[in-house]
Write a protein that binds this ligand. Structure first.
Ligand code: URA
Length: 431
């Protein structure tokens, strides 16, 4: 087999066989196939697309390129959730204890964040003592006994994807549906998921800026999952403005606690219930989405979900009493209001730029080496569609520096107040 023939076949719109995909991925991962040939094939795929069989094969060959996490010692159907990423996305912190409270095993491998705010692990580390450095044996025991544990990323998962993604990033080939879908799905499958729920974001703060692109990606991933034996469901959700009110690590933990208590922001609560219902159905604990939603509401109302969060934090060395007293979370030295300059209705809040404002305070990392300040961030006081009076606070800044003019300016530049605006729909499509 020759790489040049594979490139030419795809360039001319042909279908690649499993053996050809294997030849490419194995050769590229071990260094036998050079970057220029791999980028040429990525560009051919960008223009010619891949059919369902090719997408499924590419995904599984990438899964097999490295280690795979074996969760077979954990009882039950392991349902994982993936979000394509957004600003103030506190969903995992709420969803994990919520579905675990219904006896669905949550065996989560998580990472640190790069960008607007931290990743799930950074946020959890805002709780004093919490850590993810646990052995695989301890991880398995915790999930079997308590239905929930989080471990840091370890092992050599999907090295083919790492190498190919880095190459795509510099060759104009990131934005290809078959390449994105196989990249994301390979990582979830290698991490051991039996079933997968996908939250594909759309809007200014999202990777996919339009509904059409988000839906194409979601459908592609659902198809791959189902074709390779992992039941998969997806939703398309709005990320034109940040989700919930909190952006920043300790602030998001506080918001997660409020949401588990049933007192969270409307949009975050709705998103959690929608994704949670899919997880409960896939986990085999409910007949249908309505039944699942009823069960989730029950564990919020009777306090079981919040108790599960406390149990989870304590099992991994954290101070569980933060669920009773959120002032035990890291506190910023200064709180500064950002007052509205005019009266009207908030008509625009540019999600990614507001996320960058939070990063300027130190809540996120610009490079992998940066350390983050867990206490700082933003608390939105208004969302799109809310009325506001001149002088009323739009946002509260939580900072560890006194001068935050740069952050204020960024916020003003990215919030618009008009005469009229509607609240955007949160859930665009359920797939
Ligand atoms: N995220 C991924 O993990 N892979 C892609 O290709 C794009 C976004």
């Amino acid at each position: 087999m020759r790489m040049v023939d594979i490139i030419a076949k795809k360039r001319d719109g042909g279908e690649l066989s499993k053996e050809e995909i294997e030849f490419f991925i194995t050769g590229y991962t071990n260094g036998d196939i050079p970057d220029y040939q791999a980028s040429s094939l990525a560009m051919a795929i960008y223009f010619q697309d891949m059919n369902d069989d090719e997408r499924a094969n590419l995904t599984m060959v990438m899964v097999e390129s490295g280690d795979q996490i074996d969760l077979s010692a954990i009882d039950g159907i392991k349902v994982d959730k993936h979000s394509t990423g957004g600003v103030g996305d506190t969903t995992t912190l709420v969803l994990a204890p919520l579905v675990a409270a219904l006896d669905i095993p949550v065996a989560k491998m998580s990472g640190r964040g790069l960008g607007h705010t931290g990743g799930t692990i950074d946020k959890l580390e805002a709780v004093d003592g919490f850590h993810v450095e646990i052995s695989e044996e301890e991880f398995t025991r915790l999930v079997n006994e308590h239905k929930i544990a989080v471990i840091g990323q370890s092992g050599n998962l999907t090295p083919a994807d790492k190498k190919l993604y880095a190459l795509r990033d510099v060759t104009g080939t990131v934005n290809s549906i078959p390449l994105i879908a196989s990249s994301i799905m390979s990582k979830k499958i290698a991490a051991g998921a039996d079933a997968i729920v996908l939250d594909v974001k759309t809007g200014a703060g999202a990777f996919m800026k339009t509904d059409e692109d988000a839906e194409r990606l979601a459908r592609a991933m659902v198809k791959i999952g189902n074709n390779v034996g992992r039941r998969t469901m997806a939703i398309i959700s709005d990320m034109s403005q940040p989700l919930g009110f909190a952006i920043g690590n300790a602030l998001e933990v506080q918001e997660a606690i409020e949401t588990l208590r049933g007192e969270g922001p409307e949009d975050l609560t709705e998103l959690v219930m929608t994704l949670g219902s899919q997880m409960v159905v896939l986990g085999g604990k409910a007949e249908d989405l309505d039944d699942a939603r009823r069960k989730l509401q029950e564990v919020i109302d009777n306090g079981a979900a919040l108790e599960k969060f406390r149990e989870f934090l304590e099992n991994q060395g954290g101070d569980g009493s933060v669920v009773d007293d959120v002032t035990k979370l890291p506190q910023a030295a200064y709180t500064i209001e950002v007052p509205a300059k005019s009266s009207g209705v908030v008509s625009r809040m540019v999600a990614d730029e507001i996320g960058i404002a939070s990063m300027l305070l130190g809540a996120g990392r610009a490079t992998k080496e940066d350390t983050i300040d867990l206490a700082v961030g933003l608390m939105l006081r208004k969302k799109v569609g809310d009325t506001v009076e001149e002088g009323e606070s739009l946002v509260t800044i939580y900072a560890n520096r006194e001068d935050v003019e740069d952050v204020k300016q960024k916020i003003y530049d990215n919030i618009e107040i008009s005469a009229q605006a509607d609240k955007p729909a949160l859930i665009h499509t359920i797939i």
